[in-house]
Design a protein around this ligand. Sequence first.
Ligand SMILES: Nc1ncnc2c1ncn2[C@@H]1O[C@H](COP(=O)(O)OP(=O)(O)OP(=O)(O)O)[C@@H](O)[C@H]1O
Ligand SMILES: [Mg+2]
Length: 454
Amino acid sequence: MSDQVEHRVPALPRGLLGKAVQAVIRGFRELATRFWASLWQIVAVAVIMASLVLIAGLSKAFALIGFASFVASVLLLPRHDAEIVQEDLARTPPASGRTAAMQLMAEALPDPVILLNPAGQVLFCNAPARGLFASLRQGSHISSVIRTPEFLDAVSAAPDRGRAVTVTYAERVPVGRRMAATVAPLSRGGERAGNILVLLRDLTEIERINQMRADFIANASHELRTPLASLRGFIETLQSSAKQDPAARERFLAIMAEQASRMTRLIDALLSLSRVEMNAHVPPSDLVDLNDVINHAKDTLEPLAREMGFRLEVGRFPRPAVVRGDRDELVQVLQNLVQNALKYGDRGGIVRIEAKHIPSIGRQAGRYAIAVIDKGPGIAPEHLPRLTERFYRVDVASSREKGGTGLGLAIVKHILNRHRGELAIASTPGKGSTFTVMLSEVKNALPERGTAVG
Ligand SMILES: Nc1ncnc2c1ncn2[C@@H]1O[C@H](COP(=O)(O)OP(=O)(O)OP(=O)(O)O)[C@@H](O)[C@H]1O
Ligand SMILES: [Mg+2]
């Protein structure tokens, strides 16, 4: 794959003398190249010196020394890397068929690809690489954009190593990310001095998902382990010290039943979450009247609210409020929000469901908003952005004590994502919280199920 033709030199005479002759010829060639490249500057300095001698009476010796120093500096002083590369690139014949095909292929790849010469200078980079590094230029050294020592070592060792290596590294600016760079020399056989291909992959998202999965499993097993440990403890007690104590047995069995139902709740919530996630990419197609959803949630939760000493005030849309949705999932959204309001609201208070139509503005379609409002202790602002994370709870002990699994709002968020809807949370500590669900309206449509508005 390597573009060897561009770097091949004419066959060398054998032996040390041959090498010396070759070096001298190369030196003269380099001087001649530099002379021709700077010819205009040399002529301009010669004219200035002559004018100074003729007009300003400058001594001829001084003028000659000045001119000679200038010519020597142009021919002999070391030049900036980028200059040399630009010159090399200019001398390089237009991309050969193979190089052109490789560039075309690299442009078609979705990942960043950079082609370097053996000295580590950029010969070519594709659009994703240009997007990743705004300052990446043809001719600049790769170290101007990736400074990680392991990566730079891999690049300088590539021509000798002769095989690809992958280096992973972290970047802090412009954004924190983890990258994997595969450095592959493009020389054939034992040949040196081939170009180097650098393939980059952004690992940030993959690592974040892996971390989330690991956290999720750790959290889920922790949540299950706690009631399980408690159950085992009670079983042992019942088998030993409480064997002959009927009163203790009754008390322990009641606690065990509660722990078992906690495990059932958790497994139900986990299954529910995984079901919603599995369907996340399939938007629902049924037509559902939100008044029907509100009624269903009210019917199922009113007895519980009464039992907990709450009054449930339920508002409805004045007309059928039709959206594209899965009725059972939307009922679950509302049930989770009302259950939270009952669980965390002030006992003996009111929980209100408000229904409101938001007319369309410009290109934004009209929407239906259902708000669940409680007058509980509210939630401090720093918790709000994290409430929909799995297992996130403001007060873990209090949530567990109330039978909470910490998955209710995560399920709400996933269901609403599937429905292309939104959840807005507003809360003032000491005054209460409002959780608002927003869904796009479907105009002039009839729901597929009856709208038994009660
Ligand atoms: N209306 C509310 N008022 C105050 N805090 C709330 C309210 N709703 C939710 N929270 C806080 O958000 C946390 C997450 O709620 P979420 O519904 O996800 O879990 P949960 O209620 O603890 O458990 P689950 O819903 O699975 O039974 C709760 O633990 C609670 O701390
Ligand atoms: Mg909840």
